[in-house]
Ligand binder design. Structure first.
Ligand SMILES: Cc1ncc(COP(=O)(O)O)c(C=O)c1O
Length: 392
């Protein structure tokens, strides 16, 4: 069809640069090992931190919910699509997060978009870390609020931004809890102290910290002992929780406001019963099977040490997200392809997801990986790294 030639040209350029990527379908369930292109490989690219995408207790809850309530809800939450189970789950989630209330959105992406776009006006300003997730950036783009971007985890830069914005009604400092591409943790205690000093609000996106950090996976706020001092906790139900969705854990006031003004919440159909039932069961799993989180961290230490011993540059990560830095965009993709040859699925991440010159293969170990899986993966990294002269 004519009319998209200008898009085709850009795609051709990407192909020339070696940055064009096809989607890669899994032919098996998500897990420590998956089947891709007919080959079994070790999965190091999922966000399935605790292996909950196929936890038997959550599968059972989902199956029972389908039997009882069907596969869909047929409406948005505010018209006829709120099931009792949606509200029960939100209460349970708020209790788990030690907050007054919680509200579930369709995804983590729409949560950030919905919160940021609805609670700020041109009387307000949002102060955002330069490496925050795309959904935070897009949420900010949708507000009429003033914007200040501070240097990544740089507290002097944040303080400067707070000093320069004292005339605004509300100042909202927003940060990822764990940065998704580098795996470093935001310096939340310092952020909260500065926000308190300058009378600003704090919002944390715990997409990569829910189920990973804090007691039973309560997230970065709990990890740093800051319960009650962070105004808005956002998270996803699609990564460690293993299902789908996003949440805001905060006050009843914010929840009520978002029910009326959060556009993705208002104008998009509610989660199917199976999704909500599985998310609900995930809280029981987090509370009753803390050994999953222990295993995740044991695996993380083992794998990070192994990569370091092999001579790879693994950046500044402090969490199960471990980038293996290579620099050049095309090299990151070649490295990923070579790893696949060696039996490991670990995706290359290049511009525009990360800055030019900072391309990497990003790995995430999970609680499901066995020592043998991880040792085999390290052997594959050694082979591929040597072949491409990334290590000696
Ligand atoms: C920091 C961060 N926030 C939000 C999201 C979006 O979450 P979801 O996949 O549930 O839309 C992601 C996922 O990529 C993320 O990494």
């Amino acid at each position: 069809m004519k009319g998209f030639e200008y898009l085709q040209e850009q795609l051709e350029d990407m192909k020339k640069e070696g940055t064009f990527r096809n989607l890669i379908p899994l032919e098996s369930a998500q897990g420590a090992r998956v089947t891709i292109k007919g080959k079994e490989v070790i999965q190091l690219s999922s966000n399935n931190y605790l292996g909950l995408t196929s936890h038997p207790r959550m599968e059972k809850a989902a199956e029972e919910a389908i039997e009882k309530y069907g596969v869909g809800t047929g409406s948005v939450r505010t018209i006829a699509g709120t099931l009792k189970m949606h509200e029960d789950y939100e209460r349970k989630l708020a209790e788990f997060k030690h907050t007054e209330a919680a509200l579930v959105f369709q995804s983590g992406f729409t949560t950030n978009q919905g919160v940021l776009s609805s609670i700020l006006t041109n009387d307000d300003v949002v102060i955002s870390d330069e490496l925050n997730h795309a959904s935070i950036i897009d949420g900010i783009r949708l507000t009429k609020a003033g914007r200040k971007i501070y240097k990544h985890v740089d507290m002097e830069s944040l303080e400067q931004a707070l000093k320069e914005t004292q005339e605004y009604r509300t100042r909202l400092v927003v940060t990822d809890g764990v940065f998704s591409m580098d795996g470093n943790i935001a310096p939340l205690p310092q952020i909260v102290e500065l926000a308190e000093k300058y009378d600003a609000l704090v919002m944390v996106d715990d997409a990569h910290a829910s189920g990973v950090l804090g007691e039973n996976g309560r997230g970065t706020v709990n990890h740093f002992g800051l319960d009650g001092r962070v105004h808005i906790q956002v998270g996803t139900l699609s990564k460690a929780i293993g299902v789908l969705g996003g949440y805001v854990a905060s006050t009843q006031t914010l929840k009520d406001y978002l029910i009326h003004k959060g556009r993705p919440f208002l104008f998009s159909t509610s989660h199917p019963p199976a999704v909500t039932a599985a998310c609900d069961a995930s809280i029981d799993v987090l509370l009753e099977e803390p050994e999953l989180i222990d295993k995740l961290w044991e695996n993380t230490k083992f794998f990070k040490n192994g990569l370091k011993e092999l001579g790879f540059d693994i950046g500044i990560s402090e969490t199960p997200i471990t980038p293996v830095m290579v620099g050049d965009d095309a090299l990151a993709h070649r490295f990923s392809d070579q790893l696949f040859e060696e039996g490991v699925f670990a995706q290359g991440i290049a511009f525009p997801t990360v800055q030019k010159g900072k391309a990497r293969v990003r790995t995430i170990v999970t609680a499901e990986h066995s020592r043998e899986d991880l040792q085999e993966a390290l052997n594959a990294f050694e082979q591929a790294g040597k072949k491409l002269k990334i290590i000696d």
